[in-house]
Design a protein around this ligand. Structure first.
Ligand SMILES: [Zn+2]
Ligand SMILES: [Zn+2]
Length: 250
């Protein structure tokens, strides 16, 4: 068994689960303690089942719940040096370093952290491997580099940011500086950018695709669904802010 699920995804909070029969990882936690527990419960888990927390970067929608959760339940936290130095993460007692391109193993899951262009201190995203099956996670990136494509080439399941529709963003009520940040090279992926990753043809083993981190203001699930199903014939689903997505076998 090798599965993933999301407790919720979007600018109001993110948390992703990756598990095998003997290991359960929580990637990011942008929810409060009670909310995290109830969201875990909805996925059939208690917090005791979580062996480790990995943090992609310090932005609040990914890190705001991590320190309290880790302290309260004595869960080790894995994160980059840059992320660890941010005030949201400095109070964590038990931390382990993640270095880009250096594989680590937690229980029966191998984790390859890789560098992404996003406006954080030292952001990482991850490829997870168990028994020759690979899962890719990319929640926040301004664009896709060749290196990211190379790292993700063998994945059979990809959880990928589809943040915004450029037209909706351009017409949004966001201030110009925020619109520029989101659309910039170190902001977030547009639907078209995410789609080009899938359509480019490098992900030959891809069976399942999950769209993550959709903007509630500047995107619409129907639009994403229509765009993806035109070019991708495998399994496709969209994670939402209220309850993420249910367990998916990799
Ligand atoms: Zn971010
Ligand atoms: Zn984010």
């Amino acid at each position: 068994m090798f599965q993933c699920a999301s407790l919720g995804s979007g600018s109001k909070g993110n948390a992703t689960l990756v598990r095998t029969p003997d290991t359960c990882l929580l990637v990011d936690c942008g929810f409060g303690l009670k909310e995290t527990q109830s969201r875990l419960q909805a996925k059939g888990l208690s917090i005791d089942a979580v062996d480790a927390i990995l943090v992609t970067h310090e932005h609040g929608d990914h890190s705001s719940g991590v320190a309290r959760l880790a302290r309260r339940f004595d869960i080790p936290v894995w994160l980059s040096r840059g992320t660890a130095l941010h005030r949201s993460c400095v109070d964590i007692d038990s931390t382990f370093p993640l270095v880009a391109e250096s594989t680590v193993r937690i229980g029966s899951i191998e984790i390859l952290p890789f560098t992404v262009p996003h406006d954080a201190r030292e952001p990482l995203q991850f490829r997870f491997t168990h028994q020759q099956r690979h899962l890719g996670l990319v929640t926040d990136t301004g664009h896709f580099t060749q290196h990211m494509l190379d790292v993700l080439a063998p994945v059979s399941t990809l959880l990928l940011e589809f943040n915004h529709c450029p037209e909706r963003l351009a017409q949004s009520r966001y201030p110009p500086s925020l619109r520029q940040r989101i659309a910039g090279m170190h902001g977030h992926l547009s639907n078209q950018q995410a789609l080009s990753v899938v359509a480019a043809g490098g992900l030959d083993s891809l069976e399942s695709l999950v769209a993550l981190h959709l903007s509630e203001e500047n995107n619409h699930p129907d639009q994403v669904e229509q765009m993806v199903t035109e070019v991708f014939s495998g399994h496709f689903q969209i994670a939402n802010q209220s309850d993420g997505f249910d367990w998916l076998t990799i």
